[in-house]
Ligand binder design. Structure first.
Ligand code: SD4
Length: 322
C-alpha cells in the first residue's frame, strides 16, 4: 500500500514537471485606430486621424472628429440641420467618455451646434455627468457657446412635408440613422469615445434617446475596449447595449462577436412586435488591442475605419435579418 502511494506521488510530480507552462499569446497592439459610424464617419475620421497620428489624445480626436458632422447642414440627424421633433424643434443629445471613466453628457439641448463640446465641458467643469434641456442650454451659454437657429431651410421643408401626414413610422436607415458615434485608441494605448445626434426624426417633444446615455449609446472600459451605437435608441437603452458589448469583450468575445450578441438580444426582444418593422440598430466596437468590429440588425449600416494600414475605408457591417 505504502509502495503504491509512493509510486502515485512520483507519477504526479513527473507529470507536473513535464507540463510545459502555458504562454499567453502576446497580441500586437494596433494603434492608433479610429472607427466611426456611417458615411460621414470618413470626414470625421480625417480630422480625428490628424490628431491621433501626431500623438494627440483619443479624447481630443473623438471630440474634434464628430464636430465635423455636427457642423455639416447636409447631415440631417446631427447638430446643425438635424431633423426636428414633431413640434419642429431641433433637440440634440450627445455624450463623451475618456479612459479614466470620466464622462459628460447633454440631452434635449436646443440652439447649440456642438453639443459634444458642451458634453465635454460638463465632464471637465462640473461635478455632474448629465445636463438636460434649459439647464444644459444655460450652462452652454455660460461657457461661451453661441445660441443659433439649427433648423435649416432644407430641414424645415422636410418637416413641413412630414407634417402633412404626421405619421410616426421611421423609415429604416433614413429617419432613424446618421448618429455619429466614434471610438479611438491613441498612441498611449488609451481609449475614448463620443456620440452625438439630433435623435430620431419626428420624435415626441422631450424624447431622449440612447446617444447621451452612458452605457446605452456609448461605453468604454480602458482595460477592455469601447463600444457605441446607432439606430433606434429605445432598443439600446432596453439592453444597456454599449455597456453590454464591452462586457462581452471582457469575457473573451471579439468586437464583432460582442456586437452580434447584443443585436441578437435586441432582435429577440422585438421579434413578433410591430416596432420590429422600423427597427434598425448598429454597434461599433474597438478593443484594447486595436481590433475592431461591428454588427447591425439590417443591411445598410456602414462604418469608417482608419489605422496605420487602413486608409479610412467605409465597410458594410454584417447583419442579422433582411
Ligand atoms: C436615437 N440613436 O436618438 C439615436 C438615433 C440614431 O442613427 O442613432 N440614429 O435613438
Amino acid at each position: 500500500m505504502k509502495y503504491i502511494f509512493i509510486v502515485l506521488i512520483a507519477v504526479f510530480i513527473g507529470c507536473k514537471e513535464n507540463e510545459t507552462p502555458k504562454k499567453e499569446a502576446v497580441k500586437e497592439v494596433i494603434k492608433p485606430v479610429v472607427i466611426s459610424t456611417w458615411n460621414h464617419g470618413i470626414a470625421a475620421n480625417n480630422v480625428a486621424w490628424k490628431i491621433l497620428s501626431s500623438g494627440g489624445s483619443a479624447l481630443d480626436a473623438v471630440e474634434q472628429g464628430v464636430r465635423t458632422a455636427e457642423a455639416n447642414p447636409d447631415v440631417q440627424t446631427v447638430g446643425l440641420g438635424g431633423f426636428p421633433d414633431r413640434e419642429g424643434k431641433v433637440t440634440l443629445d450627445a455624450c463623451i467618455m475618456d479612459y479614466n471613466n470620466n464622462c459628460g453628457s447633454v440631452a434635449f439641448l436646443q440652439h447649440i451646434k456642438h453639443p459634444i463640446s458642451v458634453a465635454r465641458k460638463v465632464m471637465e467643469k462640473t461635478p455632474h455627468i448629465m445636463l438636460v434641456g434649459e439647464g444644459a442650454l444655460q450652462f452652454a451659454l455660460e461657457q461661451g457657446f453661441e445660441k443659433e437657429n439649427l433648423l435649416t431651410e432644407k430641414t424645415k421643408q422636410d418637416y413641413e412635408a412630414w407634417l402633412l401626414k404626421s405619421d410616426y413610422k421611421p423609415v429604416i436607415n433614413i429617419e432613424n440613422h446618421d448618429t455619429i458615434s466614434m471610438l479611438a485608441l491613441d498612441e498611449e494605448g488609451n481609449l475614448s469615445g463620443a456620440c452625438t445626434t439630433s435623435g430620431a426624426a419626428w420624435k415626441m417633444h422631450g424624447r431622449v434617446g440612447d446617444s447621451p446615455i452612458i452605457g446605452a449609446g456609448l461605453f468604454l472600459d480602458n482595460e477592455v475596449g469601447a463600444a457605441a451605437a446607432t439606430g433606434m435608441g429605445e432598443a439600446m437603452i432596453k439592453t444597456a447595449g454599449s455597456a453590454m458589448v464591452v462586457e462581452l469583450m471582457r469575457h473573451g468575445k471579439s468586437p464583432e462577436e460582442a456586437c452580434k450578441e447584443v443585436v441578437e438580444r435586441i432582435y429577440k426582444i422585438y421579434k413578433g412586435y410591430p416596432d420590429l418593422e422600423w427597427l434598425q440598430v448598429g454597434f461599433i466596437a474597438l478593443n484594447k488591442n486595436g481590433e475592431y468590429g461591428s454588427y447591425c440588425l439590417r443591411p445598410g449600416f456602414n462604418y469608417a475605419i482608419q489605422t496605420n494600414t487602413i486608409n479610412n475605408e467605409l465597410v458594410d457591417a454584417n447583419f442579422k435579418i433582411k
